[in-house]
Design a protein around this ligand. Structure first.
Ligand code: MCN
Ligand code: SMO
Length: 788
């Protein structure tokens, strides 16, 4: 038990590697997703989407459809013109707004932009009709804007004519004295880095089912979303419904990874159509549509100047972070989600005391950019760690040593980074040293040298990181994109003594049913098996923002712990009346309440709970065993180090990963088994970004990666064993010392892979300037074909 106002009760469950209670239904195929839901009289929706990157919609001739209004229905942007467009709310005055109609009205801004929705009695009929209608849309094709460069070229076509520019944001901010730093520098290193556009590929695509029940005057929307309550507020606002008449349910969600965070236009259009038709309407995104129209992520350009001393000390940095926002600055998140978060997180675990940041974002005719695991932080970490290795190589310093010279020591924390991020605690250097020890660094260097003589190119890449977690009002402000946020949990013991934990965070694969049950079980002194965790339904969970930005362990964990502590007190009060004892003398263990030191004087939780509800002699004035608690946490910062061992095939340019070691420090660990798996999953996604994944658009603005034949994701044969080791630096600020950790692996892995490749190709003077490290790029880096 940690003693302080931030304490949580930690006993038998927290910290124990407990198998996930939710997994049997995933493994046996009994989990139910939106696509599995069927309602009487349900109709099926299929989208007609733009084949042009940039065009004006002149007309949609719906008369071509036989059975229109009888067996087939069509909704165009005109039909939804009274629905207000989606718009972002990031509290930055000089960010230009780019309202997005949920179905385009006058203009389409990327291939895949929604032009109409066709609804029919079954999916086949809807697909056929949609195909027919696609041919009956008349467009005036406009010049495409396929890149940031094109967006800002003189005479570029404008995505939003009234804005007068495609660049919707540019702002500089100075932190510390960079003039002095650059004047004092022995050397200045520069880079122009293109971080690739890639994105989440959840096993379940997006999907929405909406139904208006006239008798109850209630609109119910089932959606594969990470934010049920937030979505309820947006739907009510957009459709002009009283919020208490809207219920949002996220059934099983087969992965979100940030993509299912903010409101998809489809989540407004489908409920609107269901209201119009008075019948349930279901839309399930197919995979091709997903690769076209779902949000993409991570594309930005980062230009750096780094001032260093001859000893490799990082003195100051000037950085320009330019986001490619795609067709719209996506609602809530905005086109700044990548560049702003990258800039603010740039310093990472290092002592960098002077930093000028310039953040910009432009619109282009591509799918909008939104969140994907490690937003902004991935790009910043990638370019910073690559630069540190290059500086080390150039100065003849070992890559471990240069990090040692610049890293913040644990006793310097709490430390406010130059960009204003308050690092609470951590093990930056310890993580690095543990990783190097685990991979046996010296032995690797010996082997590397020996094999190089045989023409084999092995490399070792290090990537140290800090991960901002616990996204609440504080974190978002420290990230440079302020948004108020908070969450709630309700813990209830029913008359039979079993426990229901209803949370506003909304799990979509992270294992909350297990980790929250562990917290409640310890908080109440019961068996985990007696705790059920519920979420994902606005009717049964308290209001909150849901699951994203590695916030649930800290916020959800704290609210569950706080509410459990309240209920524990309520239980002890009733038990004290029953046992004629002082509540302070009672203990709860394994579901039994007894007088401390006299275990024979006891009651089971079931007996106490029953009495709490039904026995007027002993119950409290309010006969309930329940509490709802709120938390808007301080920012917490997890940290770690990922080391990748790789080999490059000098003939083909193919990179093979041999071994990965990851050190994770997320403060107090709730469930080590879940943390280990989260690190592994995130690293696999980072490997995707480093070696395979990229949404490619032609100069004509046409997407070229619209199947998994072109858009490559890592498979099991691409991933080596990933060893995860844990360090624990509890946060001094958060309840229970918990920090989040869900994104660190993806933040760190791309740089670790890139640095391993650059290390392997050091004899060729390779400098990685973009990702992914596809074979042709690797061969270019080696000077074997063309130029990089
Ligand atoms: N945990 C723990 N001890 C800690 C910290 C975390 O045991 N000190 C556990 C938590 O209890 C939780 C898991 O680890 O079960 C992740 O916790 P946390 O870091 O708080 O992250 P969230 O639960 O808020 O999940 C969000 C995070 C994000 S932002 C993305 S993106 C992502 C990720 O989780 N998307 C995922 N992991 C994912 N995993 C799956 N399977 N599917 C997704 O869509
Ligand atoms: S990208 Mo995660 O849902 O914050």
């Amino acid at each position: 038990i940690i003693e302080s106002h931030l304490a949580i009760r930690k006993d038998k469950w927290i910290g124990k590697p407990t198998k996930r209670v939710e997994d049997p239904r995933y493994l046996t195929g009994t989990a139910r997703y939106v696509a599995d839901l069927e309602l009487p009289r349900m109709l099926h929706a299929v989208y007609v989407r733009s084949p042009h990157p940039h065009a004006r919609i002149l007309s949609v001739d719906t008369s071509v459809l036989p059975g229109l209004g009888k067996s087939v229905w069509v909704f165009t942007g005109q039909d939804l013109r009274d629905v207000p467009p989606l718009i972002d709310h990031v509290a930055l005055d000089n960010l230009l707004r780019t309202p997005q109609n949920v179905i385009a009205i006058d203009k389409v801004r990327f291939v895949g932009d929604a032009v109409a929705v066709v609804v029919a009695g079954d999916r086949y009929a809807a697909e056929d009709a949609a195909e027919q209608l696609s041919a009956a849309v008349e467009y005036e094709v406009l010049p495409p804007v396929p890149s940031v460069e094109a967006a800002n070229a003189p005479g570029a076509a404008l995505l939003f004519d009234d804005l007068g520019t495609n660049e919707i944001y540019r702002q500089t901010e100075k932190h510390g004295d960079t003039e002095k730093a650059f004047a004092a520098a022995d050397r200045v290193f520069t880079t122009r880095f293109h971080h690739n556009r890639y994105g989440a590929a959840p096993m379940e695509t997006r999907g929405v089912l909406a139904n208006y029940e006239r008798s109850e005057q209630q609109l119910t929307v089932w959606s594969s979303t990470q934010m049920p309550h937030f979505l309820r507020s947006v739907i009510a606002g957009q459709l002009g419904l009283p919020e208490h008449r809207v219920r949002v349910i996220a059934p099983e969600v087969g992965g979100g990874f940030g993509q299912k965070m903010c409101t998809s236009p489809e989540e407004i259009a489908i409920p609107f159509i269901a209201l119009q038709l008075g019948r349930p309407v279901k839309w399930i995104e197919d995979r091709h549509e997903h690769l076209l129209a779902a949000t993409q992520a991570k594309e930005e350009f980062i230009n750096l100047e780094v001032a260093v001393s001859n000893e490799g000390k990082l003195l100051g940095v000037r950085g320009e972070f330019i986001g490619d926002g795609g067709g719209y600055s996506f609602n809530t998140e905005s086109a700044l989600i990548e560049p702003a978060l990258a800039a603010k997180s740039f310093p990472g675990p290092y002592r960098i005391e002077a930093f000028d940041e310039e953040v910009a974002a432009s619109l282009t005719n591509k799918s909008p950019v939104a969140a994907y695991r490690g937003v902004g932080w991935t790009a910043a970490n990638t370019v910073r760690e690559i630069m540190i290795d290059e500086i080390a190589r150039e100065l003849g310093i070992d890559p471990v040593e240069i990090r040692r010279r610049n890293m913040l020591r644990s006793d310097e924390l709490p430390y406010r980074s130059v960009t204003g991020q308050l690092y609470d605690s951590g093990s930056y250097l310890e993580s690095l040293e543990l990783a190097m020890k685990t991979v046996d660094y010296d032995a690797f260097r010996t082997m590397q040298e020996r094999l190089r003589e045989q023409g084999r190119y092995l490399g070792l890449g290090i990537s140290s990181y800090v991960e901002q977690t616990a996204w609440g009002s504080d974190s978002s402000a420290q990230a440079g994109t302020p948004l108020p946020s908070h969450d709630n949990s309700t813990v209830t013991v029913d008359p039979s003594g079993t426990v229901t934990v209803a949370v506003s965070t909304s799990c979509h694969g992270q294992g909350h049913e297990t980790s929250y049950a562990q917290i409640a079980a310890d908080g109440l002194g019961v068996d985990m098996a007696d705790v059920k965790v519920v979420f994902g339904d606005t009717l049964t969970s308290p209001y909150g923002l849901g699951t994203y930005a590695s916030r649930s362990a800290v916020i959800g964990g704290a609210t569950v712990a706080r509410a459990s502590a309240d209920v524990r007190e309520q239980i002890l009060k009733v038990a004290a009346n029953m046992l004629e004892a002082n509540p302070d003398d009672l203990v709860i263990e394994d579901g039994t309440i007894s007088v401390a030191g006299t275990p024979s004087v006891s009651k089971t939780l079931a007996e106490v709970a029953y009495a709490a509800y039904w026995d007027s002699e002993v119950r409290s004035d309010e006969p309930m065993l329940t509490s709802t608690r709120f938390y808007d946490p301080p920012a917490t910062y997890a940290n770690g180090c990922v080391v990748v061992l790789a080999e490059v095939d000098a003939d083909t340019g193919v990179v093979t990963l041999d071994r990965i070691v990851a050190i994770e420090d997320c403060g107090t660990v709730i469930n080590p088994m879940i943390v280990e798996a989260q690190v592994q999953g995130a690293i696999v996604q980072g490997i995707g970004g480093a070696l395979f994944e990229q949404f490619v658009y032609g100069d004509d603005g046409q997407p070229l990666t619209t199947t998994y034949m072109d858009y490559l994701i890592p498979t099991s044969t691409d991933v080596p064993p990933i060893e995860v080791l844990s360090l624990e630096s509890p946060s001094p600020f958060s309840i229970g010392g918990i920090k989040g950790m869900g994104e660190g692996g993806q933040i760190a892995a791309p740089a670790a892979v890139a640095n391993a490749v650059a290390d392997a190709l050091a004899p060729f003077g390779a400098r990685v300037r973009k990702l992914p490290l596809a074979p042709d790029y690797v061969l270019r880096l080696m000077g074997k074909i063309g130029s990089p």
